[in-house]
Design a protein around this ligand. Structure first.
Ligand code: OGA
Ligand code: NI
Length: 303
């Protein structure tokens, strides 16, 4: 493993069998090559956010992409609504397209590999924080892990659009497989420059999300990133979002809190955070979507 830009890593000796990745990449290409009408047969709706859609907004700006969203645990329990006062839960299930018929099996096999890799990385992160390897595992018993197939079509006006607008991932970890086209950029902290994450064949790009930033009380940082589009080539990518149980209250780990280093965040409910994020992605709202800085405890001013 080697670091690229703080918070982003590429992993090479990850142990994920190449055949599994290639089988799913091929199924993804076949799925997106269909007509919009065909793809919309497995379109998501407000009741169930899983499935196909081509109308995502990042921070209220339309992205130049189409996606197919899947849950890893089928069914997955999530909050019934984004409302803080609503304690209800619901189950969501994957939608399977008729074509290609191998997509389901390809996904299920690949997701197992992603889970294994994610737990390995989680344990390494825990150790790096001076904690027992399994310290964080208990947050993932009834997890809300997600998987996404992304297709970024070639764009005639690449200077006017982004595949995904700048954002930070809200979950614990993201493990991304990108093809050889390139387009993912990471914001370098020192000077704010956008740095291209060069495609490395068969590697995975790993980034910590907001939850690990909060758990680690800012020792790890969730880094901003975005996706550029290309005027000639379409691009495919497959992020695996390693997310905890919907009822986890995310807050700095007590072992890392001292008088000199007090908690920098108030606790927040992961399921509600995610539901709010999704809501603002779903509808074009007039507000910026929910971010962890909304839970940041203001430092006492010293004057
Ligand atoms: C994401 C994301 C990057 C990519 O889906 O959150 O950052 O290269 N994707 O598709
Ligand atoms: Ni992202």
């Amino acid at each position: 493993m080697h670091a690229t830009t703080g918070g982003f890593f590429q992993v090479i000796n990850h142990g994920v069998p190449l055949e599994r990745r290639e089988k799913l990449e091929l199924a993804s290409r076949k799925f997106f090559a269909q007509s919009t009408e065909e793809k919309r047969k497995v379109r998501r709706d407000e009741g169930n956010p899983l499935g196909y859609y081509d109308t995502e907004n990042t921070k209220n700006v339309r992205d130049w992409k189409e996606v197919f969203d899947l849950t890893v645990k089928n069914p997955t329990v999530i909050p019934a609504s984004h409302e803080a006062s609503d304690n209800g839960v619901k189950e969501i299930v994957n939608r399977w397209p008729e074509y290609p018929s191998e997509l389901r099996e390809a996904f299920e096999e690949y997701a197992k590999e992603m889970e294994k890799l994610a737990y390995k990385l989680l344990e390494l992160i825990s150790l790096s924080l001076g904690l027992p390897a399994n310290r964080l595992n208990g947050f993932f018993n009834d997890h809300t892990m997600r998987f996404r197939l992304n297709h970024y079509p070639a764009c005639p006006v690449p200077h006017l659009a982004l595949g995904v607008g700048r954002h930070k991932d809200g979950g614990a970890l993201t493990i991304l497989a990108q093809d050889d086209v390139g387009g993912l950029q990471v914001k370098r902290k020192t000077d704010g420059e956008w740095i291209l994450v060069k495609p490395t064949p068969h590697a995975y790009i790993v980034n910590v999300g907001d939850i690990i930033q909060v758990w680690s009380n800012d020792r790890y940082e969730s880094v901003e990133h975005r996706v550029m589009v290309n005027s000639e080539k379409e691009r495919f990518s497959m992020p695996f979002f390693f997310n905890p149980d919907h009822n986890v209250m995310v807050e700095p780990l007590e072992e890392l809190i001292t008088e000199q280093n007090p908690a920098k965040y108030r606790a927040y409910n992961w399921g509600k955070f995610f539901a709010n994020r999704r809501l603002s992605n779903f509808k074009k709202l007039g507000v910026e979507n929910i971010q962890i800085h909304h839970f940041r405890i203001k430092e006492e001013s010293s004057y």
